[in-house]
Design a protein around this ligand. Structure first.
Ligand code: SF4
Length: 233
């Protein structure tokens, strides 16, 4: 219960974060201008809080909010093409209560899964700078500490994968980590981590990957089914 409350408090602090002027200006401007299809929406426009089951054994670690997806709706992977691809897979794998994620009020519940990202504000071109990733890293560190049941981290894309490794280096110290060369990113690759967790690397469910067939629903489902198995769910 305490960790649960603290995760809520952490999210409440995250939504007020202002550490990256470029990202905050970008999100605010997108929320002001809006896409024509969402002209009636009151965009979220703030850092996007994490979402899920506080007792999660599996973490899905993404890159950053989508400009007209979670920057609009205020919930990870909600309201854009990436989420339209991801949530049906999470539902099929038993982590999500429904296939459709359209808003914070759509009734979605996650079971055994927590979703977060290495940057919590939508970046121009989907590319946060190294400094912005470093700014956001303490939020991830605190979140990881509060997710006390965690066993498996699914990294959605290479930047998330690198973000997890950087987190582990901060946590264990450079000497506590195997060399970087032991962590070659490939879809479906698994890595036993020094702290007992398992990392699974996955391609990111961006439209760039899903529209080209680089990532299929079957490929992503296999990753989340494996995560479930490794987590003992
Ligand atoms: S990206 Fe992270 S550190 Fe930067 S302003 Fe957003 S929440 Fe704060």
């Amino acid at each position: 219960m305490l960790a649960h409350a603290s995760l809520q408090e952490l999210n409440a602090r995250i939504v007020k974060c202002n550490l990256c002027p470029r990202l905050r200006a970008h999100c605010t401007e997108i929320a002001r201008v809006r896409r024509r299809a969402y002209a009636e929406w009151e965009y979220w426009g703030k850092p996007v809080p994490s979402f899920g089951d506080p007792r999660a054994r599996v973490l899905a670690l993404g890159l950053a909010p989508g400009a007209h997806g979670s920057n609009r709706t205020g919930r990870p992977f909600t309201g854009d093409g990436s989420g339209d691809f991801l949530y049906p897979v999470l539902h099929e794998a038993g982590f999500a209560s429904q296939r459709r994620a359209i808003s914070r009020e759509d009734g979605m519940k996650l079971h055994g899964l927590w979703i977060t990202s290495v940057a919590r504000c939508a970046p121009p071109g989907n590319k946060p700078t190294p400094e912005e990733l470093r700014n956001c890293a303490p939020w991830l560190d605190e979140e990881m500490r509060l997710l006390t049941n965690l066993r498996v981290v699914v990294c959605l894309g290479r930047i998330a994968f690198d973000g997890l490794l950087a987190h582990l280096r901060r946590r264990a110290g450079v000497d506590g980590m195997p060399p970087r060369s032991s962590f070659a990113f490939a879809h479906g690759a698994e890595f036993a981590l020094p702290n007992g967790w398992t990392a699974i690397a996955s391609f990111h469910p961006s439209l760039q990957n899903t529209n080209t067939g680089r990532l299929t629903a079957e490929m992503l489902l296999a990753v989340f089914r494996r995560a479930r198995q490794l987590a003992g769910l």
